[in-house]
Ligand binder design. Structure first.
Ligand SMILES: Nc1nc2c(ncn2[C@@H]2O[C@H](COP(=O)(O)OP(=O)(O)OP(=O)(O)O)[C@@H](O)[C@H]2O)c(=O)[nH]1
Ligand SMILES: [Mg+2]
Length: 425
């Protein structure tokens, strides 16, 4: 199991401001209010996709930002809604907030989750006309979109484990079929830690390959680099066993690895395997055919035995096709066995409507998601806007509580910490 972990900044779009404007009419000094509403900000949406296998993309794209809504205009013109940002992530990605609390856990292909909500657009003053208020000077500010610092974590299980003796050409294969750039050299134990690579089999799907450090005889007793790395292949669908075609005794090479697989703490020698000879670009057909025949004899029945060259590219496509077929077959089998999927863990967030009050020097401090949201939409200093906020404070039942706690006529109500704004009681 590999753990891929990235931290990502997430910014939903801000809502556009509502417009404050009055109609201009030819024969009237001042027409009615016609300020349009601001557009809503876009959401940041995560979507689980089977086409994504790693979080590698987020090492380069650390900021996920949806579009802001546009401001409203004259003549009741609505501001344009900000587009959502839809981000594909691998199935099985767990998303946590800065405190480490899990906020989403995407377990199924196509499942989506709004991870950051766009801010609502502010109402323009046209919205606030009423029989008693014919020239409203209230226009709301757009709400800020949600912002958060998130950690994406993916526990990855490779589909294919590339194994073999040192120098077999494992890393070279990974480098030609995937986006990985492993170190390659003509001495043993070049690879000291597994390399991962995503291989696009076709436009629709990709496979995750793990290039495992070379094994030698006695690896299970700690020889060479030991066999600890085989743990990464415990749950792979297929083992791709590579053998250097120029090895003097390919049968012995094959058996050495199989023995080490058998001696690993769980017997891996019975796992589905594909055997492939490497570096075959210079071999004549006859020699190659006899080598393949030799391996077919000793490998378990129905084990595909192929040959390819990373240098010339011959046989690579067919190898990938064979691997893909095997992976799909084994996956289908595995799915039938483990139908008991775990329940997704979704963090419980406090209700938006909650609010708290506490006394301050000149009055009271009110905090809470919803009330703070309204405060952010308010243009402080505009009497009518403040009046409206006071109305909301009353409607939410906050005022009653303030009165119970003994708010005095000359005191102020501060909203948010740090303060977003203040209104008089
Ligand atoms: N001629 C030829 N040489 C190859 C081919 N593939 C790999 N090689 C060479 O074989 C040597 C070993 O390749 P690596 O990919 O590093 O082998 P490895 O199996 O990853 O080796 P370790 O990491 O040490 O276990 C390098 O010198 C490669 O250039 C091939 O298709 N043809
Ligand atoms: Mg290597």
């Amino acid at each position: 199991m590999f753990v891929d972990r990235v931290s990502v900044s997430i910014r939903a779009g801000d809502g556009g401001d509502g417009a404050l404007s009055f109609r201009h009419e030819k024969f009237r000094a001042r027409g009615g209010p016609d300020g349009g509403d601001g557009g809503h900000g876009g959401n940041v949406v995560l979507r689980a996709s089977r086409n994504q296998n790693t979080l590698a993309a987020f090492r380069y794209q650390k900021l996920l930002q949806a579009k802001n809504g546009e401001s409203g205009g004259k003549r009741k013109r609505h501001g344009k809604t900000g587009a959502d940002l839809i981000v594909d992530i691998p199935i099985g990605t767990v998303i946590a907030d800065e405190k480490g609390e899990v906020i989403a856990d995407l377990t199924q292909d196509g499942q989506t989750e709004i991870i950051a909500q766009g801010g609502k657009g502010g109402f323009g003053n046209a919205h606030f006309t009423s029989s008693t208020r014919q020239a409203p000077r209230i226009a709301e500010r757009g709400e800020a979109g949600n912002k958060l610092e998130a950690v994406f974590e993916l526990k990855m299980i490779a589909d294919v484990g590339i194994i073999g003796l040192p120098n077999a050409g494992k890393s070279t294969l990974l480098s030609v079929i995937s986006n990985a750039k492993p170190e390659i050299a003509d001495y043993p134990f070049t690879t000291l830690r597994p390399n991962l690579g995503v291989v696009d089999v076709d436009k629709k799907h990709a496979l995750l390959f793990a290039d495992i450090p070379g094994l030698i005889e006695g690896a299970s007793q700690g020889k060479g680099l030991g066999d600890e790395f085989l743990r990464h292949t415990e749950r792979t669908s297929v083992l791709l066993h590579l053998i250097d075609a120029y090895n003097e005794d390919i049968a012995a090479a094959y058996r050495t690895i199989i023995k080490e697989l058998a001696d690993y703490k769980v017997d891996l020698s019975t796992r589905p395997e594909i055997v492939a000879l490497t570096k075959v670009e210079g071999l004549d057909k006859k020699t190659l055919a006899s080598k393949i025949k030799q391996l077919k004899k000793i490998a378990p029945k129905n084990t595909p035995v192929l040959a390819f060259s990373s240098n010339s590219g011959e046989g690579v496509k067919e190898l990938l096709r064979t691997i893909d077929k095997q992976v799909q077959k084994n996956r289908a089998k595995a799915e039938r066995v483990t139908k008991t999927t775990e329940l997704p863990v979704i963090g419980i967030r406090p209700s938006d409507d909650d609010w708290q009050i506490q006394p301050t020097e000149g009055g009271f401090l009110v905090t809470g998601q919803k009330i703070e949201r309204f405060a952010r939409r308010t243009r402080f200093g505009e009497p009518q806007s403040e009046e409206r906020l006071r109305d909301i404070i009353k409607k939410m039942g906050i005022l009653r509580q303030l009165e119970r706690q003994g708010i005095e006529p000359d005191q102020t109500i501060t909203i948010g910490q740090p303060a977003i704004g203040q209104v008089e009681y």
